[in-house]
Design a binder for this molecule. Structure first.
Ligand code: AMP
Length: 250
């Protein structure tokens, strides 16, 4: 296998307690810690392990978003990616827009494997990988918890509701990473220093000729309903009575 492309999305770090902007137009991001989407970090780790086992010769990382995404791409380079591509875009990037941009890069780069996260933890869409596979007209294996590459195909174990499903896909293909695929490595200081010298190319959506998806518009963001305080009950009859009082059954 020659090249693996890995998509890294910049998201609010999963440890941050998110706050809404007063006008409900999104979440507050000023002064908030941003990170690589956790599933994308897992996707990158898998790509690096394939390269380290001699099963791929190059791993490059791609992100679409504002110029600050360079920070996450540099982290990807420090983890071990060979080079990075930033597609700069300041506005909202819907999954279809992202998939169209990734297709342009796929056409240019001809990777044998594209690895993405199963979903981004900011929009929870779980759509981009599937859309890319459809646009590219190549096989997809989503929710991967194990990935084995054997010549021109990959055997992927998928986490599905009924348990684990094992499928084989012909390469090139799209694979999306689930939580149990691996544990990403920690980045060491010398690697961070080395990453500063690795190539990072900047493109734009317009420059790539990508048409933004206008069929999806976010109207408003709202807080989830606050969880009510729980009550302790002494025994099962008290629990049944409490549920009855709350009108859960007659
Ligand atoms: P989503 O469909 O939004 O849940 O995203 C699924 C996956 O697509 C993410 O885990 C990323 O790997 C990739 N992805 C989506 N949007 C972007 C983006 N703007 N930049 C880089 N990768 C992205």
């Amino acid at each position: 296998m020659q090249k693996i492309m890995v998509c890294l999305k910049r998201v609010v770090d999963y440890n941050v307690r998110i706050r809404l902007r007063p006008d409900h137009s999104g979440v507050v991001s000023d002064g908030v810690k941003m990170s690589i989407n956790p599933f994308d970090e897992i996707a990158l780790e898998e790509a690096l392990r394939l390269r380290e086992r001699g099963l791929a010769s190059e791993v490059f990382v791609v992100s679409i978003g504002p110029s600050d995404c360079q920070q996450q791409l540099r982290t990807g380079l420090a983890m071990g990616a060979d080079r990075a591509v930033l597609v700069e875009e300041d506005g909202e990037v819907a999954p279809l827009t992202a998939a169209r941009a990734f297709l342009k890069l796929v056409e240019r780069e001809q990777p044998d494997l594209v690895l993405l996260g199963k979903q981004a933890i900011d929009d929870d869409c779980n759509q981009t990988g599937q859309m890319l596979a459809a646009l590219w007209d190549r096989p997809q294996a989503t929710f991967a918890s194990k990935l084995e590459v054997n010549g021109g195909s990959a055997t992927v174990t998928r986490e599905v509701d009924a348990g684990l499903e094992v499928i084989e896909v012909e390469l090139p293909a799209v694979v999306t990473a689930d939580l149990r695929l691996n544990e990403p490595r920690y980045v060491k200081l010398p690697e961070i220093m080395k990453a500063k010298k690795k190539p990072l190319e900047t493109l734009t959506l317009g420059g790539l000729g990508v048409e933004a998806d206008t069929s999806l518009r976010t109207l408003a963001w709202n807080e989830p309903q606050e969880r009510q305080k729980g009550v302790m009950v002494s025994d099962v009859p008290a629990l049944v009575a409490a549920l009855h009082d709350k009108g859960f059954f007659n």
